[in-house]
Design a protein around this ligand. Structure first.
Ligand SMILES: [Zn+2]
Length: 474
């Protein structure tokens, strides 16, 4: 059953029948969302059984109609109502907008949308992708998708410091990150960095260094030749005090201010990634800049900032404990949706014993508990993975019983850690994977949850690899 909005609450003659029908489908009604509540984006989970054609964290705008969005709760959900920044009120954190269930005695499947059909009339195409996925799941079709992250990790997290005013504070932040065995990336403002040789040399020993421009002015709207000159200045300022500066390939524009010309200049200058603003992509994953005529292996990778930064949080006037909680909430949220979590902090706000410094230790303690499921990485590692992952292609078909999966790895280099997620045709099944040729690399198989399993390859050599997958109850 696919039910939208208040299905079954009224009889044929319009008489009120209550919410029992939706309850039978696994959805409990909590209430309604008033039209004025700032939560009209349906934010979808990546790699979920019902929304895998959408990118993790993609937002679908729900038009205002006479049928209010419903507040529903269910055991499994593939999407939630949030504001544009993907923040939901904490009182709604358990609620879902796309709820699914499979009752084990009959194996019958149901999906409940907490919104009416009229919400997507203005932009039907994006919702049709969701509906296609939902229908495939309801009809017990097994589906294979390329995992966003390597080695069976469900999400990725980057923590970076825009290292500018208060440059010295970076030392303190670095010590804290090192103590907690966390990687970090420091985007340094080179006009200040050039006078901080000892701090910078210390940072470079343990952490990734990248560029945050020459001076703290936006690049947006500047003539391309001026932008080019600023990149040249920036590189020469840093190379005077840091010999390894010539190998730095990451950039984050001051004030997140850039335009198309900035990315073209970055690409021409050999940069590999651009850490951009939250509005840059509709989803919460890296994207290719698609610089004209650049092949994916040479293209610039854009890493959108996907979480609230310290400036967003300080505008909320939180105390240290509330700041920790907000950081933890944002981490949990992006992890749950399979996203690239991107936390940006500013050196000037990381004074020893300052608010952010007080808030950080319990946040770091919390995130470390997820080390088995979340990939903690530098910006450069994420961008390189994203580029390499593009060489990995997957095709699959399902005949009702057996699934054929063809993997292709382009290029001449092996790829470490590629993973595949299988949406199971029935709850709790385990895939049995057989290579069609002797010597085909064998993946490690494990359950993610009742509805999904993953196949993780330690390493895949270039070429084609074919598999047949059947499903077993134990
Ligand atoms: Zn800055």
């Amino acid at each position: 059953v696919l039910a939208t909005w208040a299905t079954g609450t009224r009889g044929e003659s319009g008489n009120w029948k209550g919410w029992d029908f939706l309850e039978k489908l696994g959805a409990t009604r909590i209430g309604e969302l008033a039209n004025e509540v700032d939560a009209r984006h349906l934010v979808l989970s990546g790699e979920s059984p019902l929304s895998h054609s959408h990118v993790a964290g993609e937002r679908l705008w729900m038009a205002k109609t006479s049928e209010p969005l419903l507040r529903l709760k269910g055991a499994n959900n593939a999407g939630r109502f949030m504001n544009w920044a993907r923040i939901a009120d904490s009182e709604r954190s358990e609620e879902g907008a796309v709820i699914y269930s499979e009752t084990s005695d009959t194996s019958s499947r149901s999906a409940v949308f907490a919104f009416s059909e009229s919400t997507w009339e203005a932009r039907p195409f994006v919702t049709y992708l969701l509906i296609d996925d939902v229908l495939r799941w309801l009809t017990h079709e097994a589906v294979a998708v390329r995992a966003a992250w390597p080695n069976g990790r469900r999400a990725a997290q980057v923590i970076e410091m825009d290292t500018e005013d208060g440059f010295e504070n970076a030392k303190h932040f670095a010590a804290l990150m090192k103590e907690n065995a966390q990687p970090a990336t420091f985007y340094v403002l080179t006009s200040l960095a050039q006078n901080e040789k000892s701090v910078l040399t210390g940072l470079a020993q343990d952490f990734e260094i990248a560029y945050h421009g020459d001076v703290h002015d936006s690049f947006k709207g500047l003539a391309p030749n001026l932008q080019r000159q600023r990149l040249i200045n920036m590189k020469s300022q840093l190379s005077r005090i840091l010999p390894s500066a010539t190998r730095i390939t990451g950039f984050r524009a001051p004030t997140e201010g850039y335009d198309g010309a900035t990315e073209i200049e970055l690409h021409e200058a050999g940069f590999k990634h651009h850490a951009a603003d939250p509005a840059r992509s509709e989803g919460r994953l890296p994207v290719f800049a698609k610089i004209k005529e650049a092949e994916p292996e040479n293209d610039l990778i854009v890493l959108p900032r996907t979480q609230r930064d310290d400036l967003n949080l300080s505008a909320l006037n939180l105390d240290a404990q509330q700041t920790s909680q907000a950081l933890i909430d944002d981490f949990n949220e992006s992890t749950l949706t399979g996203a690239l979590g991107w936390l940006s902090v500013h050196s000037q706000n990381f004074k020893p014993t300052g608010l952010l410094d007080q808030a950080f230790p319990s946040y770091l303690t919390h995130i470390r508990k997820s080390a088995k499921t979340v990939w903690f990485a530098t910006a450069g590692q994420v961008s390189e993975w994203w580029r390499q992952r593009d060489r990995f292609k997957l095709e699959s078909s399902f005949n009702g019983r057996r699934m054929d999966v063809n993997l292709t790895l382009k290029g001449s280099q092996k790829l470490d850690g590629p993973s595949i997620i299988i949406m199971l045709p029935k709850k709790g099944l385990i895939p049995i994977v057989q290579g069609t040729k002797v010597g085909t690399p064998v993946p490690e198989i494990s359950a993610i949850d009742a509805f999904r399993a993953q196949l993780v390859f330690e390493s895949l050599p270039p070429g084609n690899h074919s598999y047949q997958i059947t499903f077993s109850a134990n």
